[in-house]
Structure formats: structure tokens, C-alpha cells
Write a protein that binds this ligand. Structure first.
Ligand SMILES: Nc1nc2c(c(=O)[nH]1)N[C@H]1C(S)=C(S)[C@@H](COP(=O)(O)O)O[C@H]1N2
Ligand SMILES: [Mo]
Length: 439
């Protein structure tokens, strides 16, 4: 892949030109009179032929649905220290993890997605000397720490925390949203260790006027302009002061890998991962909503009220994304499995719900007509994802899709189709689906 390469997903191709996409996908003659959608005319036959199987529940299949077997984007590309990630952009580096590689309870460094907005700093040879400045309008006693001091002075806490990019799932929006065309893999749940941000802020003193924190970091802008900052986001005080919000110096009990913020990172589990500043050098306690880079405009903000797809939303009508919505993944089996129809198939995955707990997970083999309840484990700690297991049986041989749908403790479920359109394509928590051929 050359400099600045970007990947265009199959969904994007469909959004842009469905007829051409049909030609590419099904090898059909580009007939301008042919109807759109797979099940129209020769569509069903072409699709069955391409999948190599009949589709027993074809009558239940939503029109225009791209079969999961073909929507797969696994195309491993090597990044040092990474295993099987799909690179979406190489400047800045952005890479996601195929669902079947997210099967671990605790996501290993080799399988954690990478989302850089700028250029990471070089690895410091002296991590314990790395500075963290705490200040801002609402900090009573601004001061500087080093990572070594943070480790000595504050109690270390460890939590497994879900980090999911706000744009995970963007590839499915219609009209398409610009930005990394994440499918499902911009999420992970590693174990983070560090000081509670609350303990550090209380050490400096928090004024009554405190509203928000904002981070600053050592990465540099793509333009090379030292005056420009790639990203500087933050969270309201209530999130900043939670037990699980960490100023972390370790991931999975080792130094944080350079791509993930070595040697110091803010971690705010359950919120858009953009709030978890990597290569952390500063925390400002603000007397207003933090106004750093990527806090305004359409960045990490969505229409406060539902907006018509493609419409212009005035700035005042945009709200900052806070807790991420309920979501799940099928991490085993891998999509594309060929399985004996006579045998039960065991499947499993993870489910998470931002600041909330997951209350239930259901799975379907018939495009969502009927659902079976999965077994659901409690989280390792608050804000960790939860393991689920289910078994399904196929009535006849053929092509099936397995769909998983989680529900949070407040009764909100994942939608089966892409949810509320927004200008930058955030918060797509539609059900994950995989393809299985029963033989
Ligand atoms: N300093 C800094 N922090 C950052 C970013 C960045 O570009 N620079 N990217 C953010 C975004 S948008 C995401 S989704 C997560 C990605 O974390 P990861 O690369 O460790 O998976 O880091 C966040 N923290
Ligand atoms: Mo992100």
C-alpha cells in the first residue's frame, strides 16, 4: 500500500453506484435496465451461485442486503507487532481487526485496532521521565508530574476497558460519510493499569467552577505544522472522576505499545475512544466545555434530534457523543465457515453498552425473524465487555447468516439496520452478522 492509500469498502461501492457494484460483485452484464437489489430478476440465482449454496431463508432476506459472506474485508497487511489487522489508511495509520481475531477475553496488543489522527512521537528512551502537566482554569494548584512520580505517588488500579472508535461501523452509512471506512473492528477491550484521574486531579485541587477536562498529547499534525494539534478532546467532570477513568502507564501488564500511547495514556472506557488521549502530556481542568481540536463542528458530534440523511445540521443542533451505544460481535466462528447441517453450531462473542451493562444477547439464523437467547457472562469489571455463548441448529443445508443482537440494561437494543444518519457516520451499532454454509 502506498502513501495515503484508503480502502473503499463494498458498502461504499454499493452506496455510490449499486448497479456497477452488482456488476463487480456478481459478474453480471452492466444492464442499465436491470433492477437494483440482489433478489430482483437474476439476482437470486447470481447470489446463490456466488455463495455456492441455496439460501433457505431467502424469503426473509431484506432487499438490498449485501450477504455477509461477500461484505467481508479480511485482507491482512502487516504492521509490526500486529496480527492480521486490515489497514484502512496508512497516513495517518488506521487499522481494524477482523471480528474473528477479537475472540480473546482481553484483547492482546497484537489485535487492538489503531486509530491515529496525526504522527506519533518517537518512543522515549526514558519513560519514567515523561512529563504530565496538570492545569487549566479550574485547577487550584497546577503542577507537573513525571510518569515515575505518578507510579510512586498514586495507587495503581487495573480495569478491562472497552475502547471503541466513535466511527466504528461508518462504512455502512448512506449517504456515505467521509473518514476511515471502519466496518466492525475499531473496538477492543484491553486491561489498563494506572492512577485514577480523580486521584491526580484531587492532588492538584479541583475548583468548583470545573466543568470538563481536556487532554494534550505529544503526537504531531500531519501537515508538519508545529502550531497545529491533531486532536485534543476531553470528558465532563462526572466521567473524569469515575473510578475507572485512568491515567494509564501499562496495557495488559506491560508498557503501553507505542502505537497505543506509550508511555502514558488517558483511558475513558465506554466513551468514544477519541476521549482516551494517547502520548498524554497534559490535562487541563476547564471551566467550560473543552474546546480543543475535534471537539466542535461535526467531529465526534451528532445531531441532537434525528436529521434527514444528507441534510445540513446547524452547529447549535449538534451534541457531543458521550456513552457509546449497546453493541455486540460474533467472534467465533469466523465468517465463511462450512458446517455440517446435522450438527449444532456453537457461537460466541462479546457485547458491551458504553457506561451501561448488557442485559441480554439474542442470535438469529433467519435474518432476524426468530431470536434465541444467548448465555451472557457478567463483565470482569464495570465498562468491560461481556462474553456471550449460544448454539444454533440449521434446518436444511444452505447459506445462512448468523446475526447477534444485544440489549442494554435500559432496554435499548441494537438495530438490525444502520441507525440514525449523521454527517460523519458515528455510532453505527447495527447487528453484526456472519456467513455460514451448512452442508
Ligand atoms: N494523542 C492522540 N490520542 C488519540 C488519538 C490520536 O490520534 N492522538 N486518536 C484517538 C482516537 S480517534 C481513537 S479511536 C483512539 C484509538 O486508540 P488505539 O489506537 O489505541 O486503538 O485513540 C484516541 N486517542
Ligand atoms: Mo476514533
Amino acid at each position: 500500500m502506498g502513501k495515503g492509500n484508503r480502502r473503499v469498502g463494498i458498502h461504499r461501492l454499493y452506496r455510490d453506484d449499486p448497479e456497477r457494484a452488482d456488476c463487480v460483485l456478481w459478474g453480471r452484464r452492466c444492464d442499465p435496465l436491470s433492477r437494483r437489489g440482489f433478489l430482483a430478476g437474476s439476482g437470486y440465482a447470481a447470489m446463490s451461485a456466488a455463495l455456492g449454496a441455496a439460501i433457505p431463508f431467502a424469503h426473509l432476506m431484506p432487499g438490498g442486503l449485501i450477504p455477509a459472506a461477500l461484505a467481508q474485508t479480511d485482507a491482512p497487511f502487516q504492521i509490526p507487532g500486529k496480527d492480521g489487522l486490515v489497514v484502512l489508511n496508512d497516513r495517518p495509520l488506521n487499522a481494524e481487526t477482523p471480528a474473528w481475531l477479537l475472540d480473546d477475553e482481553v484483547t492482546p496488543a497484537s489485535r487492538l485496532f489503531v486509530r491515529n489522527n496525526g504522527i506519533p512521537p518517537p518512543a522515549t528512551a526514558e519513560p519514567d521521565g515523561w512529563p504530565l502537566a496538570v492545569g487549566g482554569e479550574s485547577c487550584l494548584n497546577p503542577r507537573r508530574y513525571t510518569v515515575g512520580e505518578l507510579k510512586r505517588r498514586f495507587t495503581a488500579h487495573s480495569y478491562q476497558l472497552v475502547l471503541e472508535c466513535g466511527g466504528n461501523g461508518r462504512a455502512e452509512f448512506d449517504p456515505p460519510a467521509t473518514g476511515n471506512q471502519w466496518t466492525t473492528g475499531a473496538v477492543g477491550c484491553a486491561r489498563w493499569t494506572g492512577a485514577r484521574l480523580r486521584d491526580v486531579l484531587e492532588d492538584c485541587g479541583i475548583a468548583d467552577s470545573a466543568v470538563y477536562i481536556g487532554y494534550s498529547a505529544a503526537d504531531t499534525h500531519l501537515s508538519g505544522d508545529p502550531e497545529r494539534v491533531p486532536i485534543s478532546r476531553g470528558v465532563p467532570m462526572r466521567k473524569a472522576l469515575e473510578d475507572e477513568t485512568l491515567v494509564a502507564w501499562a496495557m495488559n501488564d506491560e508498557d503501553i505499545p507505542l502505537l497505543h500511547g506509550f508511555p502514558l495514556r488517558l483511558v475513558c472506557g465506554g466513551w468514544p475512544a477519541s476521549t482516551s488521549g494517547k502520548w498524554l502530556t497534559g490535562i487541563a481542568v476547564r471551566d467550560r466545555v473543552h474546546d480543543g481540536e475535534k471537539m466542535g463542528g461535526a467531529s465526534y458530534r451528532v445531531p441532537c434530534e434525528p436529521a434527514a440523511p444528507g441534510s445540513e445540521v446547524p452547529d447549535a443542533g449538534m451534541c457531543i457523543i458521550e456513552s457509546m451505544p449497546v453493541k455486540s460481535l460474533i467472534t467465533a466462528p469466523r465468517s465463511g465457515l462450512v458446517h455440517p447441517a446435522a450438527e449444532l453450531l456453537a457461537l460466541r462473542g462479546h457485547a458491551w453498552a458504553g457506561d451501561l451493562r448488557v442485559a441480554a444477547v439474542h442470535v438469529s439464523i433467519d435474518f432476524g425473524a426468530r431470536w434465541t437467547r444467548a448465555e451472557l457472562a457478567p463483565p470482569a469489571n464495570r465498562l468491560a465487555w461481556q462474553r456471550w455463548h449460544a448454539r444454533v441448529r440449521f434446518p436444511t443445508p444452505g447459506y445462512y447468516e448468523l446475526w447477534a443482537r444485544a440489549e442494554d440494561e435500559q432496554g435499548r437494543s441494537q438495530p438490525m439496520v444502520v441507525p440514525a444518519w449523521n454527517p460523519k457516520g458515528y455510532l453505527n451499532n447495527a447487528c453484526h452478522r456472519i456467513a455460514v454454509q451448512a452442508v
